[in-house]
Design a protein around this ligand. Structure first.
Ligand code: FDA
Length: 391
């Protein structure tokens, strides 16, 4: 039971590490406590896996050390992953904002990784509980429910806390701490906000309604769709900004960010003075949204009766909506976990621990979190591939 490398976690980063190392002739074993490899890949992108993005930049990643991700992202790019898909004839398409999805669903992406593992001779053991990890003279010894094993290099590819139903655990952080590493503050990322009074009743009434919006927290903005939910707000724009939010911080929402609603209302007043405000607004905003946000008396009033100051107030209802979320929907609904193993203690070139030689960290377990849009998988592929070159 001796291996050159044991990789804990058969997710995106672990499988990629295994492929990259096994193709170099290493004897590689991947262990996972789940009953299936790549569960998060399967559920990702609504079952279609947003596997990368055309426009990957270090600026798409959050980390206490924003430079850490650069080296791996440069050495294994989105084009490298696309080439891998071409080799397996997996078709894909661009949705919006450079987001690339599999035409044949997430299964096709996972199958590529499993086929590569199998042709490179990677062994994968599922349903494996790791009870103990020990440093020995020549590497590491693992005690598991499937026996004892040893390896020269141990790779932690366990992901992080989000989506525990898909096998997520804090095991990687515990291994890191066992070997003297620190873990930065953890927080759910890419997660819906929950709202309290006075907004929650409106959100419940609007559940399912979507509108284009810009969301801003502390000067950081994103422009995409906002979705009202029974608990508050979600949709891509909210998921993106949630990664920049801290409890107690105010969120600013500008609905229809490409329209100057005040100017539009003033123009409509000049052109259609006898038209009701509700009729003017309903050309741009869903009726249900108008009913929840604008007093009924205003909606029924004709345009000529409004002072400009009131039109500005009405425009602000939509274009300067400010609220402080009561919280988020937590790790159960978060696509990622912000924070992780402190990257100051890990080599950005090899992904090896600077504290414990032979120990490596890849993927989401590290303090590197991507924006929504395929960036998290690209980090998993890139960090895994680069690590596999050194173990
Ligand atoms: P990942 O979590 O994938 O894998 C970790 C593995 O370790 C799992 O197989 C787990 O079972 C195993 N493990 C954990 N603890 C263990 C233990 N104690 N013992 C043994 N094994 C253990 N990103 C993106 O770029 N595009 C997208 O479309 C999406 N969509 C998406 C949807 C949803 C619902 C979620 C929750 C997440 C996404 N993501 C995403 C994020 C993406 O899934 C995530 O960033 C990567 O899967 C991280 O890859 P890792 O391999 O690091 O962890």
């Amino acid at each position: 039971m001796n291996y050159d490398a044991i990789i804990i976690g058969a997710g995106a980063a672990g499988l990629m590490t295994a492929i990259s190392a096994a193709q170099r002739g290493r004897r590689v074993l991947v262990l996972d406590h789940a009953n299936k490899a790549g569960k998060k890949i399967l559920i990702s992108g609504g079952g279609r896996c947003n596997f990368t993005n055309m426009y990957v930049e270090p600026a798409n990643y959050l980390s206490a050390n924003p430079h850490f991700c650069k080296s791996a992202l440069n050495r294994y790019t989105q084009w490298d992953f696309i080439e891998l898909l071409s080799k397996h004839d997996v078709p894909w398409h661009e949705k919006t904002l450079g987001q690339l999805f599999s035409d044949n669903g997430s299964k096709a992406i996972l199958q590529v990784l499993l086929d590569e593992c199998s042709s490179a001779g990677v062994q994968i053991q599922l349903d494996c509980q790791i009870n103990r990890i020990e440093k020995i003279t020549d590497g590491f010894a693992l005690q598991t429910n499937q026996g004892n094993m040893q390896c020269l290099s141990l790779v932690v590819a366990t992901g992080s806390l989000s989506f525990p139903t898909m096998g997520a655990s804090d095991f990687g952080h515990r291994i890191a701490k066992q070997f003297g590493h620190s873990v930065t503050q953890l927080q759910p990322g890419l997660v819906p906000f929950t709202l309290d009074k006075p907004w929650i009743e409106k959100c419940i009434a609007l559940a399912g309604v979507a509108i284009d919006a810009r969301a801003t927290v502390d000067g950081q903005s994103f422009k995409e769709a906002l979705l009202f939910t029974h608990k508050g707000v979600s949709g891509p724009v909210i998921l993106q900004i949630s990664s920049y939010w801290k409890p107690g911080k105010q969120v600013e929402i500008c609905m229809l960010p490409d329209v100057n609603l005040f100017s539009l209302l003033k123009d409509a007043q000049a052109e259609f003075p006898k038209r009701q405000l509700g009729t003017v607004l309903s050309q741009h905003i869903a009726q249900r949204l108008l009913e929840q946000f604008v007093p009924e008396a205003d909606l029924k009033e004709v345009m000529q009766h409004f002072k400009h100051s009131r039109l500005q107030e009405i425009a602000d209802i939509f274009q300067n909506w400010q609220f402080i979320p009561s919280g988020t929907e937590g790790y159960k609904k978060a696509e990622v976990t912000l924070g992780g193993v402190n990257t100051d203690e890990v080599s950005s070139k090899t992904l090896e621990s600077k504290i414990q030689p032979g120990l490596y960290f890849v993927g989401e377990v590290l303090d590197v979190t991507g924006h929504l849009g395929g960036f998290n998988f690209q980090w998993a592929w890139a960090s895994g591939h680069c690590c596999g070159q050194f173990i």
